[in-house]
Design a protein around this ligand. Structure first.
Ligand code: ADP
Length: 164
């Protein structure tokens, strides 16, 4: 059984994340979507429970994908769960430096390989932080996030959010 981890903060899950997770699920027997409990980003919009609910809503059709939280080093979580691969999405050159460093560090810490999947072109410029920003000021996030996530964003920022 080959198990892969798709780590991230998923605040909230976007269509870009979904694309990467769906594609990962085709190549591995088991996929764990690992939601970071201790992100550097302290200003989260959704609670961990809300993020988990949104992920569960949109990943239900993938039978080999499950959602877990982790804290501490990703490689320790990987070892505890018998995962031998980390899969990350690469959007643009700007992702590369950081991801490359992390991949090398994880390889030297625990011998865990990182696989990169290039984003689908329509999601190249999509990030959770951008989605939060657009929603906060009342912009239309259709096409950026699944409909259930769009609804939660509209509920969170009613009547055009902070723009009014
Ligand atoms: P974000 O960077 O959007 O805040 P995360 O920190 O949750 O998201 O990122 C988790 C993983 O998902 C990272 O590997 C990141 O590169 C990847 N990812 C995020 N958005 C996209 C996207 N639009 N296309 C491909 N991969 C993505």
């Amino acid at each position: 059984m080959a198990t892969a981890l798709c780590p991230g903060s998923f605040d909230p899950v976007t269509n870009g994340h979904l694309d990467i997770i769906e594609r990962t699920s085709r190549h591995f027997d088991d996929v764990i979507v690992a939601v970071i409990r201790n992100p550097q980003k302290t200003q989260s919009l959704f609670t961990l429970e809300e993020r988990q609910e949104m992920l569960a809503e949109v990943l239900g059709h993938l039978g080999n994908v499950r959602i877990e939280f982790f804290k501490g080093l990703l490689v320790d979580f990987a070892k505890d769960h018998g995962a031998e691969a980390i899969v990350k999405g690469l959007r643009a050159v700007s992702d590369f430096d950081y991801e490359f460093q992390m991949a090398q560090m994880n390889q030297s810490l625990a011998g865990i390989d990182t696989f990169f999947i290039s984003t689908s072109p329509q999601y190249s410029f999509l990030s959770s932080s951008l989605v939060r920003e657009v929603a906060r000021y009342g912009g239309d996030v259709t096409g950026m996030v699944p409909p259930s996530v769009a609804t939660r964003l509209t509920d969170r920022f009613p009547e055009g959010g902070d723009a009014r």
